[in-house]
Design a protein around this ligand. Structure first.
Ligand code: ADP
Ligand code: MG
Length: 303
């Protein structure tokens, strides 16, 4: 029998789902290999990645271009081949699902891509783009239309936006439409792959604020992929740093960006744009010093 007194367990309510007790998502020892072309060796894009994301949490995933961030997001979405390791979502293994099970998971895991110009079907009105994921799951036309009005309001687009086509909107507005689409079936996790990288600074800030506000209201979790540490700092609870297919550092956003432990993270921080020219110069100097120290220690090592 449980050692916990009955009157304490009752706080959780009678219908708490045991699937919600562990982390929302956990990735363990994940290896992804892309097949090599023309008898070349397969390419190992992820070399044993482990991480967790809790319900309602934002995990920022940073790393330079080619480090494997998109591959990790795609593996979670079932779009990249899992060679070894496991992906567990709400207590259930999801790395080797059949098509139908994967589609059913679409309610719980959604995605927002980087490029708002190619991620929306140009031939469909915003109404069609937003109702489609609802209608395929059997929601009535009337309920779907009501939900679309709600979604447009949540992402601060006017109700008459529904009748228009994607090309009538700016990049920032299109990204808000993509967010509305991701939200339509109330997911628990959204993989955001560089969602603001294609936007100018003021639109970046608006979209980031919107994502935070949506999370406060819905407790959705984000895997927030970016190459930009200054973006990740503002939005993440925790940050994981990826380098050549491995996570080299994980911690709270404050500790990873404040006292980075891994040399690669230190370098990434120094490369992040800082608006004030004096600080830029300081960072350039620090970067030069780091490079000088590294080449000195490499020479010492090879001697
Ligand atoms: P990131 O998102 O951090 O820029 P990616 O996950 O896109 O990195 O890519 C990681 C590595 O895997 C890169 O070296 C890239 O060239 C390689 N890669 C990505 N997709 C494929 C693919 N479909 N086939 C072969 N190699 C790929
Ligand atoms: Mg990428």
């Amino acid at each position: 029998m449980s050692a916990v007194p009955a009157d304490l367990t009752r706080h959780h309510g009678p219908d708490k789902d045991p699937a919600d007790e562990g982390p929302l998502l956990s990735v363990d020892g994940l290896v992804v290999e892309y097949p090599g072309k023309r008898r070349k060796e397969p390419f190992r894009a992820l070399k044993g990645v482990s991480l967790t994301i809790g319900a309602g949490e934002t995990l920022g995933l940073v790393g330079e271009s080619g480090s494997g961030k998109t591959t990790l997001g795609r593996a979670i979405l079932g779009l990249a081949p899992v060679t070894h390791g496991t992906i567990t979502f709400r207590g259930r293994g999801i790395s080797h699902l059949g098509k139908r099970e994967r589609r059913a998971l679409g309610e719980d895991i959604q995605v927002v891509f980087q490029d708002p110009y190619t991620s929306l079907n140009p031939a469909l009105t915003i109404d069609d783009i937003l109702t489609e994921p609802l209608l395929v799951t059997g929601v009535s036309g009337r309920d779907a239309r009501a939900r679309v009005r709600e979604l447009l309001d949540q992402v601060r687009l006017p109700a008459d936006a529904g009748a228009r086509l994607p090309r009538e909107f700016s990049g920032g507005q299109r990204q808000r439409i993509a967010i509305a689409r991701a939200l339509s079936r109330s997911p628990r996790l959204i993989v955001c792959d560089e969602p603001v990288s294609a936007l100018d600074l003021s639109n970046q800030a608006r979209v980031l604020d919107l994502l935070v506000e949506i999370q406060e209201r819905t407790s959705v979790a984000y895997l927030f992929v970016t190459h930009d540490l200054s973006v990740v700092r503002h939005i993440s609870h925790r940050v994981a740093v990826m380098y050549h297919g491995e996570i080299v550092e994980t911690g709270t956003a404050a500790s990873v960006t404040g006292q980075p432990q891994h040399p690669y993270t230190q370098r990434l921080l120094l490369a992040a744009p800082v608006p004030h020219p004096a600080r830029q110069a300081e960072r350039r100097a620090a970067r030069r010093e780091l490079t000088a120290r590294e080449s000195a220690s490499m020479k010492a090592g090879s001697a």
